[in-house]
Design a binder for this molecule. Structure first.
Ligand SMILES: *Cc1c(COP(=O)(O)O)cnc(C)c1O
Length: 494
């Protein structure tokens, strides 16, 4: 079904372009430079091509567009492997405070004590949650954290006073690894070797046969992308450490274990956090992210600089001098301060007990959903009968429903009709939905989701056509996605 142009709202420039009025929804400030001094060639002789739209029409235009957006404030969003569905307004209030918002990154340390204290506390708290020794806040995303950490590992092995094993240039990653893992390794010039898994867990025998004196590290996500905590993690760490290699934790799924298990206790030497997945900072749309890395003490000398430190007199400062072996900067200044501030606000509001609650509730919510859905939506790694449980997310491969002549996309599109954002699809295995409710959703929302999923299953069994042609109630119907991407219609007037 194609998009009906009558259905979609006009562009801002298409609001009554004929009247020739000078109705402009903005009051421009008076010119504050003397025009006489400006070179004539730089002067604009034509009036600016601003849309001729009154102020209220501008407000209504953008409010109407915003209403067509999907948002976590309005709808349930069970996207797997992405976590955080919560951006508390108090975070925004904290981030808008002028003392924090207006500070310039080149301000002297003495003038920015509040900001530095906040950054120092985030650093200390993230180190404590990981059980590791030092944290660097600079990387601007999880993938960027992976990149920075691989650089740190490389610098350690290249250092004759450090790891002193420059031949260690290979990184192992399970076959369930997120695409960013091999990509970051490749960007750092490290070779990646894929380790097979069995029943969703790392194949230990295979791993044992793959480590050697060229292995720098293994990158592992635990709980992994199938929503399973790999209980062999202690043995995995031993295999690597005995071979002289390091264990890297991709911390994307940290919300499943925060306050319950510390990565250092199960053998992790270095890890990244995704604050947008674990600590309530905004997620998605290419916005600013933050991917702090945490390391054991022997890797700390190589971390990016400057580090925020607390001096003996209790004041805070930026320090580069104590890190002569640093890999250098991976981002301007000292990281995404506005994002780290939101992370600070979330951890401060939760407190130690709340941090533990995050892990416990994330796991409880996912198991509750899986248990309610398992009879209709087949699950490869979950079974209440066999006491086989999941961590913070689970995957379903709904074979019985797919046998009714529908595809996974039909189920996903039908969910949109009920105001639910479709879960992650076809990853980590084909034909799966990866569902993650997170710790912040109420039982009421989870029960509604279960109800909707059963309704969709019933419907598919009775009449597959309904799902085949969904969505029926969204602002646009089923798109020809290839045509939409290749030949987009960007204006009505075209
Ligand atoms: C999201 C994710 C990443 C990448 O993190 P970004 O912050 O999006 O760069 C890496 N690994 C896993 C398992 C993820 O889910």
């Amino acid at each position: 079904m194609t998009l009906d142009p009558k259905q979609s709202p006009p562009l801002i420039f298409e609001h009554d372009p004929q009247t020739n009025s000078t109705c402009i929804g903005v009051d421009l400030p008076a010119l504050d430079v003397p025009t006489a001094d400006l070179p004539a060639a730089l002067m604009n002789e034509q009036p600016l091509n601003l849309p001729q739209v009154g102020q209220m029409n501008v407000v209504r235009h953008y409010t109407a567009l915003a209403g067509r957006n999907f948002s976590v404030d309005a709808n349930f969003y069970p996207l797997g492997s992405c976590t955080m569905k919560f951006n508390p307004p108090i975070n925004e209030a904290a981030a808008a405070m002028s003392g924090l918002n207006d500070v310039h990154p080149l301000q002297d340390d003495v003038d920015a004590q509040g900001t530095l204290k906040m950054l120092y506390e985030v650093r200390t708290w993230l180190a404590e949650i990981a059980g590791l020794d030092e944290v660097c806040l600079q990387p601007a995303a999880g993938a960027h954290g992976e990149f920075a950490a691989i650089k740190v590992i490389r610098a350690y092995f290249n250092d004759p006073q450090g790891g002193n094993a420059p031949q260690r240039r290979t990184v192992l990653a399970p076959d369930t690894a997120h695409g960013t893992n091999p990509a970051s390794c490749a960007m750092c010039g490290a070779g990646v070797v894929s380790v097979p898994s069995r029943d969703g867990h790392v194949d230990l025998k295979a791993l044992q046969s793959m480590v050697n004196d060229e292995t720098a590290a293994m990158m592992i996500t635990n709980p992994n992308t199938s929503g399973l905590f790999d209980g062999q993690i202690g043995e995995i760490a031993d295999i690597l450490h005995e071979a002289g290699a390091l264990l890297y934790l991709d911390g994307a799924n940290m919300n499943a274990i925060t306050g319950v298990a510390r990565p250092s206790d199960f053998g992790v030497d270095v890890m990244h956090y995704n604050t947008h997945k674990t600590f309530s900072t905004p997620h998605g749309c290419g916005g600013p992210g933050s991917g702090p890395i945490a390391v054991r003490d022997f890797l700390a000398p190589y971390l990016p600089v400057p580090q925020v430190i607390q001096k003996d007199d209790g004041s805070y400062a930026l320090d580069s001098e104590s890190y002569p072996k640093s890999i250098g900067k991976v981002r301007s200044f000292f990281g995404q301060t506005g994002i780290l501030l939101r992370c600070w606000a979330y951890i401060a509001a939760a407190g130690p007990q709340g941090i533990r609650n995050i892990g416990q509730t994330a796991v409880l919510n996912a198991n509750y959903l899986a248990a309610c859905l398992e009879k209709r939506f087949a699950m490869p790694y979950f079974s209440t009968a066999n006491k086989q449980y999941c961590a913070h997310e689970f995957i379903t491969v709904p074979k019985d429903l797919l046998a009714q002549g529908i595809t996974l996309i039909d189920i996903a599109k039908r969910m949109i009709d009920f105001g639910i954002h479709p879960p992650t699809m076809h990853w980590p295995v084909h034909d799966c939905l990866m569902i993650e409710p997170t710790e912040t959703e109420s039982k009421e929302t989870l029960d509604r989701f279960v109800h909707v999923m059963h309704l969709i299953a019933d419907e598919i069994e009775q009449d597959a056509q309904i799902a085949n042609q969904a969505p029926h109630h969204a602002s646009i119907n089923r798109l020809d996605e290839v045509a939409a991407a290749r030949t987009p219609t960007l204006t009505h007037l075209a």
